[in-house]
Design a protein around this ligand. Sequence first.
Ligand code: 26Q
Length: 754
Amino acid sequence: MYESIGAELRALCGKELREATDREVYRALLQMVQRRAAEQSRPVSGRKLYYISAEFLIGKLLSNNLINLGIYEETRACLAEAGKSLAAMEELEPEPSLGNGGLGRLAACFLDSLATLDLPGDGIGLRYHCGLFHQNLKDGVQSESPDFWLTDDCWAQRTETVYPVQLAGTTVQARLYRIAVTGYQGRTNQLNLFDLDTVNEGILGEGISFDKADIPENLTLFLYPDDSDDAGRLLRIYQQYLMVSAGAQLILEECAARGCDYHNLADYAAIQINDTHPSMVIPELIRLLGEHGIAFEEAVEIVTKTCAYTNHTILAEALEKWPLGYLEKVVPQLVPIIRQLDALARTRTEDTSTAILDGENRVHMAHMDIHFTHSTNGVAALHTEILKNSELANFYRLYPEKFNNKTNGITFRRWLLQCNPKLSREIEQRIGPGFKKDAGELEKLMALTEDREALESFAAIKAFNKKQLAQWLYEKQGVWVNPDAMFTIQSKRLHEYKRQQLNLLFLIHQYFQIKAGHKPAVPLVCIFGAKAAPAYTIAKDIIHALLTLSKVIAADPKVSRYLQVVFVENYNVAAAEKMIPACDLSEQISLASKEASGTGNMKFMLNGAVTLGTMDGANVEIAQRVGQENIYVFGRTSNQVIHRYQVGDYNAHEWYEGDPNIRRAVDFLVSDEMLAAGREEQLRRLHRELSGKDWFQTLPDFNAYLVRKTQAMMDYAHDPEGWSRKCLINIAQAGFFSSDRTIAEYNRDIWHLG
Ligand code: 26Q
């Protein structure tokens, strides 16, 4: 045992810290963390959770682990003494981009909370070599390139464990890699990631293209950003089956080692299915139990008791329905089991809308999940209500007892302690350190809402963070933003339902106003961060329009004094950690009923931003907690929106023709200024889309958005103290959105671990 971090690092480097290179020190830090993490692992007795997910957007791990192990400060000081900077080491770490967005980041937050709450719970997923693509923005257009993160110094440790997996009739070997998951003053769990030794980065072609047919060489190269072509869809099934088959074998092996005889599997394991991507674990477990001599009926019962399913979406196009032919090709061994499950489901109800196989021989993965798990949950109160009352109403009638809500949460270790150390220290000085373990204690800040001195110190921290972000944007992208402006941020995947295009129309309107001599109440800096799926044309057109508008504004000094538009390239966890602490106004403007929960909304709130949002997802619960004075709500309600879709009478063109403000803003997309700065095809396509289709009903919410955003700008400009109070109340009320609370609820209602 070493008595100090300095001694341990010196020993690991093999030389004095002062003489070691940054990379050598980074490697030593990694080894030290891994050793200390291993000391915190504990034997499991009773039920253990396996969280299976195609995505774990874990972000960089060094600082997070140092914080969770309680040695961040000591390490920083020890490095500083040797003339080294911990921040520089952090820069050396590549970010593992093993997720698309919210669902993947949620899985990472959940692992952190499980370990923190000292609950036995491991992740099961895939070791993608390049993760999600790297986004490049050049000449106003997104292009994609591979984002390698598997360097020599890597958190994912190779093991000697391999499991055979049958893919399209041939057997491949799935190798297990493990990443230690440290809890904050808690235990260490594991993230288990599977991969094939045969995967070959050498087959990558231009950008992110590769031979999609060569399964052994390509299987885990990328995380799928979309399913836009057949070869891609097939590959997605190969990936899913590799994950669930190896995962199921791991689970059975671990449980057997603890004395489980498989008849009592549910006493040893709880399996959470993160959206439908791992749903094949149901038939796979039934198949494997069959190999151990357990008959179909009993296997179904065991699996139902063991597994639970989380739904993350209400967009019909995002619900997985695989043609049976695909499964026959990739996993013929599951097809008879899926047919038997379909037959069994049909004996439970006359209602064929809940069948697993539909008339076109497609397998509805969500249907299989709901029939053959004991719990189906939505991820925010509104979302769960919509599932029960409309999207999954037929299932709710059949199994009311299975449905429950678990409002999402975020880990405060990363999204407050790590990304906003100044705010974290200030809170600690005011209310003590208890909030780090018990987020509910943040409510003690409510006692300070009339304390002018306190409000000023919180405001000063926000001002500092905005300067830091401005500096970072300059270093990263060469743009200077005015740190005294109001910062509004919309950062999330690019999708029409999230309505970045509504923000775009507002910015165009604002541009007209300034040109016409109406200065805004406060200069605005509008920041975007968003990746578009490579084959999602309209999403790419929206990025193009935003980048083009940004250029038009920047070229006009009269306007750019009051309005700046910045698009952060390659938005990822590291970028989020810089952006979120510096935000004044958090843009959560999805079409009501479409965003299942959102979790960015919670991160911004926790860091003292005020939300401008629709009554969608978890925004509803944020509004309930902070009260109407501390959030800017606008737009049609989910009931109104759902009704419009049911009636099917939304007519974008009428809105476009009928409102001169809207028409002028939409038409600006194809104005001479925009066409001169951007690309005609893209701009015209977006213009057509918005004026003729507008499937996500941007235009009906435009005026309400304009009014509320303008109000927010006036409040910010004319009543700084009132604004600071809103920010403080948002922080104080954020405790509910800790993933520690979410995980405690999952455990209480679904998992019953330990
Ligand atoms: C499906 C089939 C084929 C290929 C890809 C996919 C696919 C991949 C990723 C489908 C969906 C996703 C990701 C969904 C997602 O991130 N959902 C978000 O989950 C968050 C956590 O619950 C919520 O907060 C967000 O509201 C929800 O959009």
